[in-house]
Design a protein around this ligand. Structure first.
Ligand code: AMP
Length: 308
């Protein structure tokens, strides 16, 4: 059978072009009733994890906008920012295939005219722990750019009703999802935040744009992270005590992996659930989280835990 033709995708580079383009796509695509717009914020170097976000957005909305912007505000380390892969042509092709209509790909000067913004979003206590503790200011940078993107892509009104508005984030960055949900609630953004499950390689490694910097040996070593989480997931499903020290010991047994944290937390507050983990059989729901340095990169992963 001949392959389905991939629909053309429109790329806009300026803030001024974005709103007219969104209005045009909504007018062209809308069915009966109030139309819906999905926004998928990314930093590019896209892989199947991002594709899952775009496909979820395409399945649930009339029009999908993806942004591709490497946001300097959320990088603490200048080298990490500099070497972050930039692959816009390949990204646009992947997004077109996934059903995205419009790509917003501004450069830094377009996004932050005249330099970095003076007024920023302070992400608060939820952003101080875990990733925030290792990357000070990271979530302020994330919230500042996400709030700008949410404003810039916000759909207009239709027939007296507000168009539905959804924004898609990967569960891979579980703390980011929690912090963005909190920002949307605290600052009354008229948007629904949708979290999409983690996409993994067949051997369990969570997909990440930074995996390309791992040597073969480092990539093999990194598998210990998802294995440690899986150990906890299996114990949770079996209603057994989790004993996270065993998972931690597993990670520490791998010399190429330098563990930062591994813990079992409440999925919303991200507070540790120590009492539920040792000796007592696991009940309810939790999130196992891990972060580690492997060779040149910092990797994070997580798994929802559920007693069955
Ligand atoms: P990034 O380009 O790394 O900022 O990621 C853009 C979005 O894709 C974020 O919401 C990430 O959480 C999400 N994402 C990245 N990797 C994955 C993955 N393996 N599975 C699901 N979502 C992902």
């Amino acid at each position: 059978m001949p392959a389905e033709p991939v629909p053309a995708i429109e790329i806009v580079r300026t803030r001024a072009e974005l709103q007219p383009a969104i209005a045009r796509h909504l007018a062209a695509k809308r069915g009966p009733g109030t139309p819906a717009l999905g926004l998928v914020p990314t930093m590019g170097a896209l892989h199947a994890g991002h594709r899952a976000l775009a496909e979820a957005a395409a399945a649930e909305n009339d029009v999908v906008v993806a942004s591709v912007f490497v946001n300097p505000l959320q990088f603490g380390d200048a080298t990490d920012l500099e070497r972050y892969p930039r692959t816009l042509d390949a990204d646009a092709a992947l997004l077109a295939e996934a059903g995205v209509d419009l790509v917003f790909a501004p450069d830094v000067e377009e996004m932050y005219p005249g330099g970095e913004p003076e007024v920023r979003v302070v992400a608060g206590p939820l952003a101080q722990k875990w990733e925030g503790a290792s990357r000070p200011g990271h979530f302020d940078g994330v919230c500042t750019v996400v709030s700008k993107l949410l404003h810039l892509a916000m759909p207009g009104g239709f027939d007296g009703a507000r168009a539905a508005y959804r924004a898609y984030f990967g569960q891979k960055d579980a703390q980011q999802v929690a912090v963005v949900r909190r920002m949307v609630r605290d600052l009354d953004f008229p948007v629904e935040v949708v979290a999409v499950p983690i996409v993994r390689d067949a051997d369990g490694l969570a997909l990440s744009s930074r995996n390309r910097f791992l040597s073969e040996e480092e990539r093999d070593a990194a598998l210990v992270l998802s294995r440690a989480l899986k150990l906890l997931e299996d114990r949770a499903s079996a209603h057994e005590p989790l004993n996270p020290d065993d998972a931690e010991a597993l990670v520490r047994s791998q010399p190429l992996v330098e563990l930062d944290y591994l813990d079992v937390v409440d999925p919303n507050t991200l507070e540790p659930l120590a009492f539920a983990c040792r000796e007592t059989p696991f009940t309810g729901e939790a999130l196992a989280i891990v972060a580690a340095a492997v060779g040149p990169v910092r990797l994070i992963d997580n798994m929802p835990l559920r007693a069955r």
